[in-house]
Design a protein around this ligand. Structure first.
Ligand SMILES: NC(=O)c1ccc[n+]([C@@H]2O[C@H](COP(=O)([O-])OP(=O)(O)OC[C@H]3O[C@@H](n4cnc5c(N)ncnc54)[C@H](OP(=O)(O)O)[C@@H]3O)[C@@H](O)[C@H]2O)c1
Length: 324
């Protein structure tokens, strides 16, 4: 099969179209003929050699796909060859075929083009699972950075659906407009004094939940901004891994700081999250209450150009590789 192979860790030019053996499904797995693969920021880290796949996972990059069931493992029930599906992967998505534990394969979201669906499950599963962990509730104030990125462009409408007041940041005027079009109540440039802008907008009230893609760089302002009983959930470390946590401030606010990653979770946990996404998110996509993120499409063979675009911060929403 055709797949993106790497000549070594490095810049996007290490990604090339090559040939790999088509994998065969084990008894608990499904073989998917891939239609589209979502590009995620973690893919860039893997390409650079900083984010190796978990033990046993494919070395090929790619954390999510859409496609059709091509072959079914002996112990798997409930699927028919040809069914349209999407899958959350530990790796292997940038290829014509991928094998996936059956629990991480779910029916494609109804009413969504299969190409677009290739970029939905990773953001849906990440946002749903983390906002569930910190129980974001109606009437609360929610902050997510990078509102025009993959995670942000899904988190904004989902948090609005939950009834939150949504604050976000972005790096350009066009992207701030896009965030507002998604329903953000307040959108501020992260190139300016965004903590002051958030404080002004809230008139002294704190932020109840922060979904944080930046990590260390924003730890201090985030703890400062938290409301009483506020929750900070770190999912990305674009701003580094080691910061100073002022425990006295956290204690006075009875605050929570937590962090989580999806990729290394056991299959059973990922399967439970996938089921929850089908139950909670697919109906919202089907009735149009949430739109999939805006997307840009590259052919699989141009994975290198797709990485360049994401690395330069030039994309809005998701980047999708068309495979089939
Ligand atoms: N823990 C998990 O399970 C999990 C799962 C998925 C993703 N993630 C993480 O979530 C983050 C976003 O992933 P993604 O795939 O959505 O990537 P993405 O589409 O590239 O989004 C990255 C976002 O970061 C924003 N950004 C860049 N510099 C910033 C700054 N100084 N302050 C605030 N925002 C800034 C960008 O904003 P502009 O485009 O406006 O410049 C962009 O929207 C990554 O760190 C990724 O590793 C974690």
């Amino acid at each position: 099969m055709q797949a993106i192979v790497m000549s070594g860790p490095g810049d996007p030019s290490v990604l090339e179209l090559g040939e790999l053996p088509t994998p065969a499904p084990a008894a608990h797995e499904i073989l998917i003929k891939v239609a589209a693969a979502g590009v995620n920021r973690a893919d860039l880290l893997q390409r650079q050699g900083h984010y190796p796949p978990p033990p046993g996972a494919s070395e090929t990059i790619g954390l999510e796909v859409s496609g059709h069931v091509a072959e079914i493992g002996d112990e798997v029930t409930g699927w028919t060859v040809g069914d349209a599906c999407v899958a959350l992967l530990a790796g292997g998505g940038y290829a014509e075929y991928v094998v996936v534990p059956a629990g991480q394969v779910v029916p494609a979201p109804p009413g969504i083009d299969l190409l677009v669906a290739g970029g939905v499950i990773e953001v849906a599963a990440t946002v749903w699972s983390n906002l569930d962990r910190v129980w974001l509730a109606s009437g609360e104030v929610f902050l997510v950075h990078g509102g025009a990125g993959g995670i942000g462009s899904f988190a904004i409408p989902y948090a609005k659906h939950l009834g939150a007041t949504v604050i976000t940041t972005a790096g350009s005027a066009e992207k701030l407009d896009y965030c507002r079009s998604l329903g953000a109540d307040h959108a501020f440039s992260y190139r300016e004094d965004w903590p002051a802008a958030v404080r002004d907008a809230l008139d002294g009230q704190g932020v109840d939940v922060i979904l944080d893609n930046m990590g260390a760089k924003y730890l201090e302002p985030h703890v400062d901004l938290l409301a009483l009983n506020g929750r900070l959930v770190v999912i990305g470390m674009q701003g580094g891994t080691k910061g100073q946590l002022n425990l006295a401030k956290l204690l006075a606010k009875r605050g929570w700081v937590t962090a989580a990653t999806l990729r290394s979770r056991p299959t059973e946990e990922k399967a439970a999250i996938c089921r929850a996404v089908v139950h909670s998110i697919w109906p919202l996509l089907a009735d149009g209450e949430i739109q999939p993120p805006e997307h840009q499409v590259f052919p699989l063979a141009e994975a290198s150009a797709a990485h360049q675009r994401m690395e330069a911060g030039e994309h809005t929403g998701k980047i999708i590789l068309q495979v089939d």
